[in-house]
Each structure stands twice: as C-alpha cells, then as structure tokens.
Design a protein around this ligand. Structure first.
Ligand code: DSN
Length: 413
C-alpha cells in the first residue's frame, strides 16, 4: 500500500518525469495552460481522492464527510470572494460540464441561445453542431466585425433582438480583446435573455483585478480553474446575484449532470483560490497582460499580422496568411524548436479548423515562470526565426538550445 509510484510502475513514472522535463525545457505558449503550484498539486494528489460525497456540504448521501464539507465550504467562500458572487458551485468537473449544467438550468431542450461563432473564437459548448449545445438546443451565432476583427455591440444587439434567444453567452477561447459585459447586460435585458459569462480564459485576470469584475453584469459565470486562474484542472459555476438561480444551478450540477464530486480537486481549487486572494496574484495578473502586450508589440514590429491588431488580455492570435505557412505547419515546426503553441482559426478563415490560417499564443505560463517584457522580445524573435525558416533543421536546433538556456533561468518545478 505504501510503495511510491517509482517502485510500483516504472513506465508511468518514467513518462511523468519526461513530461516534467518537457514542461521545464520548452516555452509553454498555449494560452489556456498554466503551471499550478506545488501546494495545489499536493492537495490534488491527496487521499481525498478516496471519498464519495454526493450532495453538498451538510447534505451528503454518504457518511464520513466532516472534513470534505469544510474543504468544499472553504472553496465556495473563497470563490465567492474572488468573483463577487452570491453563489458558487465548485463541483463542476470541467468547463464543458459546467456549461452543460448551466444551460440545463436555464433552458428547456430545443430552446434558443446565442454564442460567438466557434471559428471566430467561441467554444464547442457555445453552439457547435457536433456538441450537446448544438444538438440539444437551438444555437444562433453572432460574429466579429470583418474589418476590425472585434465585437460590434450594435450588430450583436441587432441579432439578439431579431432572434430573441433565452440565453446569450459572452466569453471566448480566442478573442484577444476585453469584453464589454455592460453592453452585453444591456442587450440581454432588452431581449429578455439570461447572460452567461464564460470567463474560463481570463478568470485569473478578473480575480487579480487586471480586468474589471463580471459579476455586476452576468446572471451566471462559468469558468475553468486551470487557465489564468492557475488552479487544478476543473471548473465552477457562479450565480452572480440571484441565490434562487444558484439553487437551480446546484441542482443542475448534482444530481442533474454529475454524480460524486472530485473532492481532491475541490481541495486543489480551495488552495488555488487562497493563492489568488493574495496581493502577489494581483501583480501576476497585471504582468500577464504587460507580457502579452510586449510580445504583441514585438511580433508586429517583426512583421506579424495580429488579429484585431493587438491584445488587451493574455492572448494573441497571429494571422499567418502572408507568411506562406498554415497554422498546422507552424504548430509542428515551432514544437520541433521547443515552442509549444496551438493552431487556431482566425475570423473568416478560409481554411478548415484542422489546418487553419493562424496560431494562438498566450503569456500565463511564461509569466508564472517569472519572465517579463524583455524575455517576451526574445520569445517573439524565436517565433520569427522558426516561422521564417520552417524547413531549416539548423535554425530549429539552435532555437531549441537557446530556449532551453532561457528556460533554465526561469525554473518551474
Ligand atoms: N481547450 C480550451 C482552450 O484551449 O481554449 C478551451 O476549452
């Protein structure tokens, strides 16, 4: 019972060591990833994984939940404080499940809701035809403006008044700009819709005060906990102002969608929320945006075209159309050089989501490592050298070595 992983299973242990090395020696530029703390991982790796606790604190279906209740209540209170909401459900296993649960609590199957087109930065759960959201409900999409590549709130309003959706979703996976939630609130009020804010990508920026609060405007917030928020892999749903709505969301999460919660992950969330409530997290959130702006400026100075011409957040979308390389090819050659990013469609992309004309990058991981604006200039230079010389093995080898050297000055674990 008490043997360590390295004694019990050399294969899994070995691959975990390899993955730690990969995370240590490469540039993590995937905008939705982060390095969580050792404290969070300790909680997630604890014996709390052994417990069953269907229900909520004080109302469980199994005995033995004295300490589990305390931990979940801590997570709930900290989440409410971080985001200024009256309610928090910290049991959601993942962002997609959180969105399912909330839509399930707000709509009957077949009813209409509105979200941003997936190819323009929306999310599968915001109405994709291959997802539950497109199969069980009737999604209608809004789009970004073709010229500015930003949201045009008058157009969103026009579409909402024509379509009269029951729910409007705002909050995206590949939109580099700050969202005006006040405008979304006004639009939702005018057409009588609920406003669901999916803040998964920028929750840490809101928690750290680098972006304005969302709770004064949304009815419900969903978010993952592992992106800018830097917690364990998981999610939560927060009813902003209406406790009755909070009760509906709770019922939709359990028993509506999930069974037993992942108590070890909830403990990790509680720890991450504690960390996010500290003054250092405010500095971290601000630095993420400073780094993204510095990286964006340098990329543009080096001749890259950025969707919407820049960023207000942690995220940058690069249009590769004039570079003679697809997003898919760029992802592959960058990985060969130790630059880890993902291909991404750009607004009005003519290529498929599997190929794409763009790549998406973000600064949460590098900022956690302690990198600042001067390192962002170096990072932009690495990207340029590889994208300009995609078939040159020597360039990729040299960049990989330089990245390893840079990373060694900013250790992760
Ligand atoms: N997979 C996430 C992202 O990378 O944005 C969204 O769910």
């Amino acid at each position: 019972m008490s043997k360590s992983l390295s004694e019990v299973d050399r294969e899994v242990y070995g691959y975990i060591q390899n993955e730690i090395g990969r995370q240590r020696d490469t540039l993590g530029l995937i905008a939705s990833e982060n390095y969580t703390s050792k404290a969070v991982m300790e909680a997630v790796g604890s014996p709390l994984t052994n417990k069953y606790s269907e229900g909520y604190p004080g109302k469980r279906y199994y005995a033995g939940n004295e300490y589990i209740d305390k931990i979940e209540m801590l997570a709930i209170e900290r989440a409410k404080k971080l985001f200024g909401t009256v309610h928090a459900n910290v049991q959601c296993h993942a962002g997609a499940i959180a969105n399912f649960s909330v839509l399930f609590s707000l709509m009957e199957f077949g009813e209409k809701f509105m979200g941003l087109e997936l190819s323009q930065g929306g999310h599968l759960t915001h109405g994709s035809p291959v997802n539950f959201s497109g199969k069980l409900y009737k999604p209608v999409a809004y789009a970004v403006d073709k010229e500015t590549e930003m949201l045009d709130y008058d157009e969103v309003k026009k579409r909402a008044l024509e379509e009269k959706p029951k729910v409007i979703i705002a909050g995206y996976t590949a939109y580099p700009r700050q969202i005006n939630f006040k405008s979304f609130r006004e639009i939702a009020d005018e057409c009588g819709a609920y406003l669901l804010a999916d803040i998964s990508h920028f929750a840490g920026l809101v928690a750290g005060g680098a972006l304005p609060p969302v709770s004064p405007y949304a009815d419900v917030i969903t978010t993952t906990t592992h992106k800018t928020l830097r917690g364990p892999r998981g999610a939560m749903a927060l009813a902003c102002r209406d406790e009755e709505l909070g009760k509906k969301v709770d019922k939709a999460v359990f028993p509506g969608t999930q069974g037993g919660p992942l108590d070890h992950v909830i403990a990790g969330k509680a720890v991450a929320f504690h960390e996010a409530l500290q003054p250092e997290f405010k500095e971290y959130a601000e630095q993420i945006i400073k780094n993204a702006k510095a990286l964006a400026d340098e990329l543009m100075a080096l001749g890259f075209r950025l969707v919407s011409g820049g960023t207000d957040t942690h995220l940058i979308l690069i249009n590769l159309t004039d570079k003679g390389i697809t997003g898919k090819e760029a992802q592959i050659v960058c990985e060969e050089a130790g630059i880890i990013l993902n291909r991404n469609t750009i607004p009005y992309d003519t290529k498929s989501p599997f190929i794409t004309s763009g790549i998406r990058i973000g600064t949460p991981c590098l900022t956690t490592r302690g990198m600042k604006e001067s390192e962002m200039k170096e990072v932009a230079g690495f990207i340029k050298r590889v994208i300009d010389n995609p078939q040159d093995a020597e360039v990729k080898k040299k960049v990989r070595e330089e990245i390893k050297e840079l990373c060694s000055n900013f250790p992760v674990y």
